[in-house]
Every structure is written in C-alpha cells, then in structure tokens.
Design a protein around this ligand. Structure first.
Ligand code: E4P
Length: 215
C-alpha cells in the first residue's frame, strides 16, 4: 500500500518524507490557500523534495481549458499528476490527457459508479473522499470496498486513492480492503505513529535501564 501525504505544508512534507513512509503528495486549492503562498512556488518546492507522484488540481470547468491547464501544471515537474474534477467535461479531458501521457487523478468521487466512469475514461488515480461521505451519514469505507471489487473484476488500471481521511481507523480499514493508496493528513500520520502504551513502555524501560547501570 502506498501512503501519500495530504497537505501543501512544505515543512510537514519534509518531516514525514524524511522518515521514509511517504510515497507521494496530494494537494488541492484549499490546502494551497492554507499555505498562504503562490501556487506555482509551492508546487515547485514540493517537487524538489518528493520524487513520487504529486497531485495538483486543475480548476477549469470546460474540457479544452482543463487540458490547457493540465499541460501547464504537468510541465512544472515530471512527477506531477493533474487532479481533474469528476464531471463529464473532466472525464473528456482525462481521455485526452491519458493519450498525451499526462497522469491524472480524478477527484471528488463519492460513489462507485463515478469511480467506474473515471476508471473507464483512463484515470491514473481515482480519489474517493471517505470522510466527507461519513460526515453525511453514508459509509465511506463501503464505497471503497465496492470500488476495489469493480477494479478487480475488470482488471482496470486506475489506482484507488482513499482521500478525505479523518482518523487512523480509515487507514487500517483501507489497508484491510486492499486499497492502493491512502492520502493522509500530517496530523493523522502523527496519530498512526504513536500509542500511549508505547510511551509508557519506553518510560519504564528507561527507568529500569538506569537501575541496571548502577548495579
Ligand atoms: C485529496 O486529494 C484531497 O486533498 C483531500 O483528501 C480532501 O479531504 P477533505 O475532505 O479533508 O478536504
């Protein structure tokens, strides 16, 4: 399973990328706006740090404009994946971009049928937003299971990204289902790393280590 970090915060990207557990990055306009920096500068800086796929969103609404925007974004770095919205115009653009060899990540997917359409259009990645589904009283992980079943049934090439992750359990459940990628906010990676019993254990071992040093 691959882990992407879901942020445009360069310090956080460096921190977790350097541990060696992060394979790529996903951003969106909201995350870039939070960084308070110019879009192009942030993307280029991230691309200098991370060698794996970096998803960057195209915000046009019409197919031709999406293609123009995607070409521009993809030219920033060879590992850029262009996020394309889950719309009819978006899927048209995905088909063209696939032929041009530009990698895509179809974003804002909330149902198995949307995922199926994106996969048929030739998306490199498809992002299902589980947290936002859960917040509406739907079961995000159920959609993940459905999408994985469909991708397996037809041997489709798209990789499923579990996005909008709200807690560590989302990651565990995604891994059990066999989702290809989880894109995880830094604060959730931090929660995955730690456990109070690990801290307690370390404290006890440190104390006992002191004792045996004294003899
Ligand atoms: C994924 O690529 C998105 O950036 C992200 O997971 C959106 O999640 P949110 O629901 O926290 O905005």
């Amino acid at each position: 399973m691959e882990f992407f970090i879901d942020t445009a915060d360069v310090a956080m990207i460096k921190k977790y990328y350097n541990i060696g557990v992060v394979d790529g990055v996903t951003t969106n306009p909201t995350l870039i706006a939070k960084s308070g920096r110019r879009f192009e500068d942030v993307v280029k800086e991230i691309a200098e740090i991370v060698k794996g796929p970096i998803s960057v969103e195209a915000c046009s609404t019409v197919c031709d404009d999406l293609i123009t925007e995607a070409k521009k974004i993809a030219a920033y770095s060879e590992n850029i994946v262009v996020k394309i919205p889950m719309t009819a115009e978006g899927l048209k653009a995905v088909k063209v971009l696939d032929k041009l060899g530009i990698k895509t990540n179809v974003t804002l997917i909330f149902s198995a049928n949307q995922a199926l359409l994106a996969a048929k259009a030739g998306a490199t990645y498809i992002s299902v937003f589980v947290g936002r589904l859960d917040e509406r009283g739907q079961d995000g992980m159920e959609v993940i299971q459905e999408v994985m079943d469909i991708l397996d049934n037809y041997d489709l090439d798209s990789k499923l990204i579990v996005a909008s992750i709200r807690h560590p359990r989302h990651v565990t459940d995604s891994a059990r289902i066999g989702a290809h990628v989880a894109t995880i906010p830094p604060e959730i990676i931090e929660k995955m790393l730690s456990h109070p019993l690990t801290d307690d254990g370390l404290r006890i071992f440190a104390k006992d280590w002191e004792k045996v040093q004294k003899g």
